[in-house]
Design a protein around this ligand. Structure first.
Ligand SMILES: [Ca+2]
Ligand SMILES: [Ca+2]
Length: 62
């Protein structure tokens, strides 16, 4: 294999890696809302979001 062919092969390998990284990023599920800002009683104690003593702020995840 000559030098030019090796460089082309490395380029193709790098492109395939970038493609797979892009696909993996695109396949990630949309980030769920924070549990203290989703209007759901996540822990089932009757208190929703900031009304729950476990929630210090809307970005909290308890
Ligand atoms: Ca709760
Ligand atoms: Ca909640």
């Amino acid at each position: 294999m000559n030098k030019k062919a090796k460089i082309q092969l490395i380029g193709v390998v790098i492109l395939v890696c970038i493609l797979f990284i892009g696909l993996a990023a695109a396949a990630k599920p949309v980030r769920a809302p924070k549990e203290c800002n989703d209007k759901i009683d996540n822990d089932g104690d009757g208190n929703i979001d900031l009304a729950d003593s476990g929630c210090d702020n809307k970005n909290d995840r308890d």
